[in-house]
Design a protein around this ligand. Sequence first.
Ligand code: KG4
Ligand code: ZN
Length: 333
Amino acid sequence: MILSIESSCDDSSIALTQISTKELIFHQKISQDDDHAPYGGVVPEIASRLHAISLPRILSSCKKFLPQVKAVAVTSAPGLSITLLEGVAMAQALCLALNVPLINVHHLKGHIYSLFIEQNSFFPLDVLLVSGGHTLILEAQSFKHINIIAQSLDDSFGESFDKVAKMLNLGYPGGPIVEQYALNGDPYRFSFSIPLYQYPQIAFSFSGLKNSVRLAIESLNKQSTISEQDKADICASFQRIAIAHIKQQCERFLAKSTQVHFAIVGGASANLILRQELKTLAQKFHKTFQTAPLEFCSDNAAMIGRVAIESYQQNHFITPDSISVLPRTSSIF
Ligand code: KG4
Ligand code: ZN
């Protein structure tokens, strides 16, 4: 088995994956949402301290598998450096103690391989990756060849949900909360503009939309206190435009793409309206629509273990003393 560790942000997670069958044998994750909620976003110091508590706790619950571990894998980039280091330190110690090789895994490749935890992998495919740190369109040709086609010029899709939730004091993480509020709101009450509507290249931008939401909240605040209905209407109007923006850019891309498969991955791919809209879009262009099971959309070690199986089979190892964490990587994979 491969033991994999994920600690790039605010989820502590460990998984065990069978090398020969690629079957997920063990997976546990401890999220820190409640600890960061009062701050409306992840506080790196707190996240790091909580990983130092949670990772050993998870490890002790899978102790019985340790004699079967043939390699240890860990997310080494991108992410928060002080939280990545918690996972890397544990991985280094385990490799030395068990005398097994180390595998470093790129977190974004993990999100792509979340598609293949419960089914065989297939390439090539087009991927929309929407998380708290990234909004990307990728062309994945194979395990080794993954190209960035489009990215955000500023904030990410998931981050914009977090910021809207913070402005409305709704809690953290904002994505699921805003989606929930939007269910009771009027998506046409606020007429925010679709970002980059006439922009010549395929790209994403959420800072202007976020600013429009801020102005709408300020204007409501001047009139009276914001009601629950106001909040729901803002969430619904914001979500409608954020998704319309994603859809427009993906449509421009899919119109030119010759691939058969289109996938969405990343924490924000759990958004059911986004899934529905992009499924319809994929059908329009006669492409299959691929998503990961909801439990593997947000950060988890199972997807890291799935990538590590491929690395293991190709003998891609790194020595414990040469692994370094890269908070941002210029080369993507
Ligand atoms: O992939 P992930 O777990 O962490 C990163 O790699 O960043 O993604 C977390 C992000 C957060 O910004 C969260 O608010 C967003 O995904 N998210 C959502 C939804 N669920 C999670 N955004 C929109 N709608 C959702 N239902
Ligand atoms: Zn992620």
